[in-house]
Design a protein around this ligand. Structure first.
Ligand code: PHE
Length: 454
């Protein structure tokens, strides 16, 4: 299939864009990053980064994609007229898509495992913190199970992507996002009314400015990019399917707003419950797997809430995984003239191979759990390099490209084509030319420094 698909309607596009943005980044990553980084101050910094950097970069990606109707490599190539550096930038986007997909599906596999556990009634009884901890560590170190779930999640995503843009992605996003949202509200209500939740609310809402550190600002920035699906050309690829009639700043505002709202809600679900359970906020990637089971076991109809929640989380994460996989796939389809099916199969197989050591790095295999000579496991390594770092470089290239190379004039021309007015044109131009690239540069320098030199 060489023809490009297109979004069937405006609401369809916004929902698919929100489907890409809302995923594990909001519900799994945001709460633990907030927990690791001292609570409310981090939330505040995250919000500032979303508005000052995320939103302008999202407009930039959608605009670049729509104006060329191409994947990131094709886009950079066309608009730079074959510039060398920009080939590298496009290639980096494809590489990030491939690699992020390989570890994202590992966490998707964890969620699938927790769905199965919830269905089978593991969490119906009230478990102690130590028991919940034990369920988690036994599960993640079970090699055949985590590898199987990883393969399963890759296959499901690959099936959706081989179906093409409209059919596969839009259909999934349209129905399930609103339901997930309502479920999160109900869970948040349960969580904030638990005994002892107040301390968690204070932690989450009352900023203690003495905790601000350079590293925190930079992590908030990385989280904003990851959560909004920016920096690897997902929104370039999605924009390439977007009709000229659509108002890009308005669509981007809807997607950004909804994504932020879901993250904030997820914080209200997780952090008050952490306090109520007397647990530590700073538990890293396993935080939600420690906290959710006890929320479900302590509420009426907890079994159904638990099953519903993990099911919807899988679907929300799948719509994100689909958008990640779409980047390398659209590159092979457009630039290499491979068939969609072949592109999907090869990328999925590669991602399975790269992701497997990540799946084994939580106790499955010792030298992957703790790489000799480093202070981290393979999962942390790959998700830091091809997550935070590569997304930062990608977003830096994108903002420099639209701000200085292709030029904001051309960008604004594309945004305002067909008579769409853009009230914030001056502000956007300033943010995308100066604020975004300079801040991202700081993020990048910092993350390399902190990951490898400390
Ligand atoms: N934004 C997605 C999430 O929050 C992850 C993602 C990152 C998707 C980068 C596409 C590109 O889960």
């Amino acid at each position: 299939m060489l023809t490009r698909g297109a979004w069937s309607s405006k609401a369809g596009f916004i929902l698919a864009g929100a489907g890409s943005a809302v995923g594990l980044g909001n519900i799994w990553r945001f709460p633990y990053m907030t927990g690791d980084n001292g609570g409310a101050v981090f939330v505040l910094l995250f919000l500032i980064c979303c508005f000052l950097i995320g939103y302008p970069v999202m407009i930039a990606e959608l605009t670049l994609g729509r104006s060329t109707e191409k994947n990131p490599v094709g886009m950079f190539n066309k608009l730079s007229r074959g510039g060398r550096l920009w080939k590298v930038a496009g290639g980096l986007c494809v590489l990030s898509g491939f690699t992020v997909f390989s570890w994202y599906s590992v966490i998707l596999g964890w969620v699938a495992g927790y769905l199965a556990k919830t269905v089978s009634g593991t969490f119906t009884a009230q478990l102690t913190n130590a028991e919940i901890d034990n369920v988690f560590s036994t599960f993640v170190s079970n090699v055949p199970v985590v590898v199987f779930l990883h393969a399963l999640m890759i296959s499901v995503t690959a099936l959706v992507v081989s179906g093409g843009v409209e059919k596969g992605i839009e259909r999934l996003s349209k129905w399930l996002m609103p339901i997930l949202f309502i479920l999160l509200i109900l869970l948040a209500v349960r969580s904030v009314t638990l005994d002892g939740a107040i301390a968690g609310l204070t932690f989450y809402l009352y900023p203690d400015f003495s905790k601000v550190s350079g590293s925190m600002i930079l992590q908030a920035m990385g989280q904003a990019l990851f959560s909004l699906s920016l920096g690897m050309g997902t929104m370039i690829t999605y924009g390439s399917y977007l009709s000229r009639k659509e108002n890009i700043p308005a669509s981007a505002a809807w997607i950004t707003g909804f994504d932020i709202l879901v993250s904030i809600l997820a914080g209200f679900v997780i952090l008050p419950a952490v306090a109520a359970m007397n647990q530590s906020y700073a538990q890293g990637p396993e935080l939600i797997f420690q906290v959710l089971p006890s929320i479900f076991s302590s509420m009426p109809f907890g079994y159904f809430f638990g099953v519903g929640f993990f099911l919807l989380l899988i679907i929300a994460a799948l719509t994100s995984a689909v958008s990640i996989l779409e980047v390398p796939v659209s590159y092979f389809v457009d630039e290499r003239r491979w068939s969609r099916r072949r592109s999907v199969s090869i990328v999925a197989l590669g991602a399975f191979l790269i992701g497997t050591p990540a799946a084994l790095s939580y106790g499955g295999v010792d030298f992957l759990t703790q790489i000799p000579g480093l202070t981290m496991g393979f999962f942390s390594l790959i998700s830091t390099i091809f997550g935070d770092i590569s997304l930062s470089i990608g977003a830096f290239f994108i903002s420099i490209f639209i701000g200085w190379i292709w030029g904001v004039k051309n960008g604004l021309g594309e945004i305002e084509s067909q008579g769409n007015a853009f009230g914030l044109r001056k502000l956007w131009s300033f943010l995308i030319r100066f604020v975004a690239p300079i801040t991202i540069l700081i993020v990048f320098v910092y993350s390399v420094w902190s990951s490898f030199l400390i």
